[in-house]
Write a protein that binds this ligand. Structure first.
Ligand SMILES: [Cu+2]
Length: 69
């Protein structure tokens, strides 16, 4: 398992937190995702054989947030 912290812009409330976390957890290979609203950081635990950082980035961007990896 790999761990990575993503920088996500535009998350402002509990709804944003939940939608980013759920989006990530729906991806095959992501085992945990936790949003820190105060800092805009998202901690992700994933299997690098199953999912790429780029796929996570795209999934978050589809929800309307900007990601700086
Ligand atoms: Cu929100």
């Amino acid at each position: 398992m790999e761990q990575k912290t993503l920088d996500v812009q535009g998350m402002t409330c509990g709804h944003c937190k939940a939608s980013v976390e759920e989006t990530l957890k729906k991806l095959n290979g992501v085992s945990a995702a936790e949003v820190h609203l105060e800092t805009g950081k998202v901690d992700v635990t994933y299997d690098e054989a199953k999912v790429t950082v780029n796929a996570m980035k795209e999934a978050i961007e589809e929800q309307g947030y900007d990601v700086e990896a």
